[in-house]
Design a protein around this ligand. Structure first.
Ligand SMILES: [Zn+2]
Length: 351
């Protein structure tokens, strides 16, 4: 029997799919579901925005094309024995256009997608080794709901906050805003980044945990979202909303240019799209303007301070700005980032 080594991304998809994180999608898509999701955004009769597929490179395709069964390994552990139903190809340009928009051919992640996925595998598990299908950074919705069961009342709200960043003052403004408006907050940063200039998983973990510690421990929760960025803008933002619904969130904050990449999407495209489909998902979308720092009022706000002398005093709080400070070994100003968080960062925090 032939075997293949799973990438970290494939391993995380297997974990998420088999633990209900992407529910109603429970399995990698076959050819039919792939097309239905792209064209109708549906899995069966239910809404689903983005295909979760099992792609293979040409080299692997040649190795396994005549096999009936194959073994999946991850870090030398046998994860599964699968029976191949079919190996299929899709119209990749259609995928590009639907997910990344008209300029898809220039999108780095379309280029990556095109290069890495020669064909796609549709399979059934013959054996899934659940003992090895674990990661220290993965908490399943079931485990999370068990953990919070005694803390959250049935009528309570739980607002989900997604990030792929180290929390700065604008993020913390959002945390406090959500804690004021909703009964509970779940801070759930996305791990699994691989792009240069992003933060290391470990740094994202400790800094978000540090932020969570600053609030009421009875209604602020922290767990990672063990996956990877797809840079798919509005459709990926909708997937993030589905994930949070599955973790028990009643509300979900969609940021400005959520899951965006360079200027491929408009600033409020993700928010507008998620608002539009919130009923189909069954979660309430919170869409607000991004907070900024006003150097006259000396505070973070997301609505105009309405004072004459505030004009022109708006300072954008951005991750890019903060990474510049880190790279040049300069102290990050406290109005951009809380000291308790900035002390945890140095040049080695960035990929
Ligand atoms: Zn002001």
């Amino acid at each position: 029997m032939n075997s293949l080594s799973l990438s970290k991304e494939q391993f995380s998809d297997i974990l998420n799919l088999s633990n209900g994180v992407f529910s109603p999608l429970k399995h990698f898509v076959g050819e039919e579901d792939f097309k239905n999701i792209l064209l109708k955004k549906k899995i069966g009769k239910k809404f689903f925005p983005i295909p979760i597929f099992f792609g293979i490179k040409k080299k692997i395709f040649n190795k396994i094309k005549d096999e009936k069964y194959i073994k999946f390994y991850f870090k030398k552990n046998l994860i599964a024995i699968v029976e191949i139903n079919s190996i299929y190809k899709i119209n990749k340009k259609l995928y590009g256009k639907k997910i990344f928009g008209k300029k898809f051919s220039q999108h780095s992640y379309y280029i990556k997608f095109n290069k890495e996925n020669y064909a796609f595998l549709d399979f059934t598990y013959k054996k899934l080794n659940k003992k090895k299908l674990v990661d220290k950074n993965f908490v399943s919705p079931r485990q999370f709901n068990k953990k919070i069961k005694n803390k959250i009342k049935i009528k309570d709200t739980l607002a989900g906050f997604h990030t792929r960043n180290v929390p700065h003052e604008a993020h913390q403004w959002i945390h406090r805003f959500l804690l004021k408006k909703y009964s509970n907050l779940l801070i759930q940063p996305l791990l699994g980044q691989y792009k240069k200039n992003e933060y290391l998983d470990e740094i994202i973990k400790v800094t978000n945990l540090e932020a969570a510690k600053m609030y009421n421990k009875n209604n602020t929760f922290y767990i990672p979202y063990f996956s990877y960025p797809r840079y798919g803008g509005p459709l990926e933002a909708a997937l993030h909303a589905i994930v949070r619904k599955n973790y028990g969130c009643t509300h979900f904050w969609v940021g400005r240019d959520h899951a965006g990449f360079k200027n491929f999407f408009q600033k409020y495209e993700s928010q507008n799209y998620c608002k539009k489909i919130q009923k189909k998902i069954g979660i309430n979308i919170i869409a607000q303007n991004e907070p900024y720092y006003c150097s006259t009022c000396k505070l973070v706000a997301n609505k105009s301070c309405n004072k004459k002398n505030c004009r022109g005093k708006k300072i954008t709080i951005s991750g890019t700005k903060i990474r510049k400070y880190i790279r040049s070994n300069k102290k990050i100003p406290n109005f951009l980032m809380n000291k308790k968080i900035s002390v945890l960062l140095d040049k080695k925090s960035i990929i």
